[in-house]
Unconditional design. Structure first.
Length: 379
């Protein structure tokens, strides 16, 4: 799945989380997953709108509002404290890695804005638990959707000034402006802050390209996330989930002077490097010699990268190159008893398959057979 964020009313962490959440059919199930992430003193819910979702975050039983950070004193946090909170959640490692990288972007921007080392940056608004939750949830949902590519529109930052912990600041505030370096954005006639540091950092980290009017080949779903502030125009962020009708590259070669173990090692390294697929086919070459055909599927932009890897890890001296098209189903991952389950849907088909390594781990943990582990999952 690929997604396009339309930020005509700016971007905040809760708007991004709401837009992503609205792409799921089983929203309540996803909310339950989010509440099991164990972000301290934090709970999640959603208010379903006709065309989207308002994502709600409560800290210590109270919902944070755009103004609550500014009217009440909150303890600020340093970067290492924020990273520790993220590390102590039960989120998957990839989600933790993404969330911490997003906060590193914010820390660099705050460091530049205040002229202090990154380790001494004192987070106020963006160090609050609801901001940490928005970052972690957005990373979790993007990973759960198995997103391949993200395009984002130029970002509407609003206008006027915003009151923050360090006083009255012009829009975009200094830290937000630093984050948006290299990102196309514009001011509008809406006299308030529309793009928060959290929203800006999430977009900057995940976005592959910023485009005004991208060509979306095949839109599958449209999600809508509602903001907390109210204006005459709808305060929403839309996300378009689409598939690209693009061709891929197939690289293949016949090899008669490599062992099975060596071929398997090459395939493993190629898959670890991000190939779409890699497989080995036993073949018979001239003079009856047994051999292998190695086939690698990759994105068109990556074909040179994988050609180099094939030459590096095999004995071949030549490759064949094709550019076929393909059909793919939309994929998302759910969890059942600690086992990751891949759900694929499209073209009238729905398929579910548990990850074998997780089934194996369950069987070893419970000292049961693979077959019994599968039966338990079906129940």
């Amino acid at each position: 799945m690929n997604i396009y964020f339309e930020c005509n009313m700016g971007a905040s962490g809760d708007m991004l989380a709401g837009a992503l959440l609205s792409l799921f059919d089983n929203k309540e199930g996803v909310i339950n997953e989010l509440n099991s992430l164990n972000i301290p003193n934090t709970s999640f819910s959603c208010t379903k709108k006709e065309d989207g979702v308002k994502f709600n975050v409560k800290v210590n039983g109270e919902e944070e509002t755009p103004d609550s950070h500014h009217h009440h004193h909150h303890h600020g946090r340093h970067l290492d404290e924020v990273l520790s909170i993220i590390d102590n959640t039960s989120a998957p490692d990839k989600v933790k890695e993404d969330a911490k990288a997003i906060y590193s972007i914010i820390a660099q921007a705050e460091s530049k804005a205040h002229g202090v080392p990154v380790g001494e940056v004192h987070f106020h608004e963006v160090g609050m638990l609801d901001a940490i939750a928005d970052v972690t949830v957005s990373a979790y949902l993007i990973n759960k959707l198995n997103v391949n590519k993200i395009i984002t529109s130029p970002v509407n930052v609003g206008n006027g000034t915003v009151h923050c912990a360090h006083g009255e600041m012009p829009v975009p505030a200094p830290a937000t402006a630093n984050i948006l370096t290299g990102v196309p954005y514009y001011k509008s006639d809406i006299n308030t802050e529309l793009c928060t540091p959290t929203g800006a950092a999430i977009l900057k980290y995940f976005t592959n390209s910023f485009e005004n009017e991208p060509k979306l080949d095949s839109v599958k779903k449209i999600g809508v996330g509602y903001g907390t502030k109210e204006f005459k125009r709808a305060n929403i962020l839309r996300v378009f989930a689409y598939e690209e009708n693009e061709s891929i590259t197939e690289l293949s070669c016949n090899i008669d002077d490599i062992t099975g173990e060596e071929a398997a090692f090459a395939a493993e390294r190629i898959m670890q490097s991000g190939a779409l697929d890699c497989f080995i086919t036993p073949i018979i070459m001239k003079k009856g010699r047994p051999a292998y055909m190695l086939t690698v599927l990759c994105k068109n932009d990556d074909c040179d990268k994988f050609a180099k890897l094939i030459f590096k890890h095999t004995t071949t001296i030549g490759l064949r190159k094709y550019m076929p098209s393909r059909y793919t189903l939309e994929r998302e991952f759910t969890e059942n008893s600690g086992v990751s389950v891949k759900r694929s849907e499209g073209y009238g088909a729905i398929k579910e398959k548990a990850e074998f390594e997780d089934i194996k781990a369950l069987a070893l943990k419970e000292d049961i057979s693979i077959f019994e582990a599968k039966k338990r999952l079906k129940k």
